[in-house]
Ligand binder design. Structure first.
Ligand code: 5AD
Ligand code: SF4
Length: 478
């Protein structure tokens, strides 16, 4: 058994709630030469859970690990270093992670030299960190603000044989210049900001991810220019609330300005996620309409269609205000595809209030939605609100909602029947042999007959012949 807690810094939700807008540190990644060969002759595996932000963070951690000599493995149970980049947004996200940790615990008994690291959002929660320390044999526990310290944390775990816990509950920092191992060579994530200041009452993210902080526009533009040079066709700009981009920089430059500037880099496709309806402004909507590279798809989480629930959720917009933005978007970009996130069973939600959500789903003509049953998160205001709706009723609401949402998915595909769409080819399709697939401009998964792997990473024309709920099928026209 290792000596425990030699280097220990534990999270605090109370501290994490404090928004300090001063002195947001930009850390330029600089590898201490003493760690340079730390991973030589060893391999690593990263499990990534949750949002695209975590996927982008894992690409950075993979870059850092490969920079110190580690080689990627595809067998987690037989790797020298296993990292779990975790998510705690809902209870079921956490449950899956406890399961994998249990398996790794058994594996570590046979292979005591294996290092297990837990990072990302879960360690930012005090109760989860306590459980990890008490019940699991993890060697390294770190949060969302100290990826750049990974070599040092590994070094301490190897050499001091101590359990290393470093979770900072500050406002967070901005990491620049870290190496990345990108998962794909034609589509890339580009984080443009970190953190969230919205404090929706059900959500743990503002506590785990720190305050809203934007990367400098020059660094973002440079990153996209380099991606263009490297042959990338598509970037997805990431942030918990990208529409708040720039507000913390104190300059007159917002998300809309960034879209116009990135359009000039020559990147063929720009997507972005996630948007907060309150901060979605006219300039951004215009940029979507005017910039050729900004794709005609928007994910605009609504959460609920009832004004009282929206108020208790602290969403800061109304049904009417939200619909106004939807109408304006359709005015500017008539064929836009809009998707959303919806929570059912928020504490105290009545059947009538749920009916308002169903009404909004029909009116907004969504072409897809992620739907969730409310999951209480310790430390958030909603977790202590009275909730008398039986679980069964919540599941029934979810099922009724899904039935409506699925009609939208199908409708979103049917509108392209007989039309030619441009598909950025991702690779071979899992849908059957001899098929390839990719996403159209409106973010529709499209399968077509071909075995030509040289098409991967190219944009091809596909004539849509069949529309299903989850995808479209078409014929290659080129
Ligand atoms: N319970 C259920 N869903 C949640 N989300 C965020 N927090 C919770 C929670 N406590 C959903 C919201 C958000 C999406 C990323 O996850 O719909 O938009
Ligand atoms: Fe959570 Fe709301 Fe921030 Fe989205 S905007 S991350 S739902 S607090």
């Amino acid at each position: 058994m290792k000596k425990e807690n030699i280097n220990i810094s534990l999270p605090s939700l109370k501290e994490a709630k404090i928004r300090k807008k001063v002195d947001i540190e930009t850390i330029i990644y600089n590898l201490d030469p003493k760690y340079k060969d730390l991973g030589k002759g060893k391999n690593y595996y990263i499990f990534t859970y949750g949002c695209q932000g975590n996927e982008a963070d894992s690409e950075v951690m993979a870059g850092i690990l490969e920079g110190i000599g580690y080689v990627k493995s595809d067998d987690p149970m037989n790797s020298d270093l296993v990292l779990l980049n975790t998510c705690c947004i809902r209870e079921n996200a956490e449950s899956r992670i406890w399961g994998v940790l249990g398996q790794l615990k058994g594996r570590k008994r046979d292979n005591p030299d294996m290092l297990v690291g837990i990072c990302g959002c879960m360690p930012q929660e005090p109760s989860a960190t306590k459980k990890i320390i008490e019940s699991y044999d993890a060697d390294i526990i770190f949060g969302t603000h100290n990826r750049h310290n990974l070599p040092k944390l590994i070094y301490e775990a190897y050499l001091n044989k101590s359990k290393v816990v470093e979770v900072l509950s500050n406002q967070g920092n901005i990491l620049e210049g870290a190496p990345k191992v990108r998962e794909e060579s034609h589509r890339a994530w580009v984080s443009i900001m970190y953190g969230c200041d919205e404090f929706c009452t059900y959500c743990i993210v503002p506590y785990t991810r720190g305050t809203e902080r934007s990367r400098s526009k020059d660094n973002i533009i440079k990153e996209v220019e380099e991606l263009v040079k490297a042959g990338y066709k598509e970037v997805t700009l990431l942030g918990q609330n990208v529409n708040a981009y720039g507000k913390d920089l104190g300059i007159d430059y917002t998300f809309g300005n960034l879209l116009y500037d990135l359009d000039k880099t020559g990147i063929e496709r720009i997507r972005y996620t996630t948007s907060h309806p309150r901060d979605l402004d006219e300039l951004t909507m215009r940029a979507m309409a005017e910039c050729k590279s900004v794709m005609p798809h928007l994910h605009l989480p609504v959460q609920s269609g009832n004004n009282d629930i929206l108020k208790i959720m602290n969403r800061k917009y109304t049904y009417e205000g939200y619909m106004e933005k939807i109408h304006r978007l359709r005015e500017l970009i008539p064929d836009i595809s809009i998707t959303t996130d919806i929570i059912v069973g928020f504490p105290g939600e009545t059947e009538e209030q749920f009916q308002d959500t169903l009404k909004l789903v029909k009116e907004a003509q969504y072409e897809g939605a992620f739907t969730f049953i409310y999951s209480p998160r310790e430390g958030t205001p909603a977790a202590s609100m009275p909730d008398s709706t039986p679980e069964e009723e919540k599941h029934d609401r979810l099922n009724r909602l899904i039935a409506e949402v699925n009609k939208g998915y199908l409708r979103g595909h049917e509108k392209f029947l007989g039309k030619v769409v441009k598909v950025l080819v991702d690779g071979e399709s899992k849908n059957g042999e001899g098929m390839m697939c990719g996403y159209s401009e409106h973010y529709k998964l499209t399968h077509f007959k071909s075995t030509d792997k040289s098409l991967i990473g190219k944009i091809v024309n596909v004539k849509v012949t069949e529309a299903k709920t989850w995808f479209m099928i078409g014929e290659l026209c080129d």
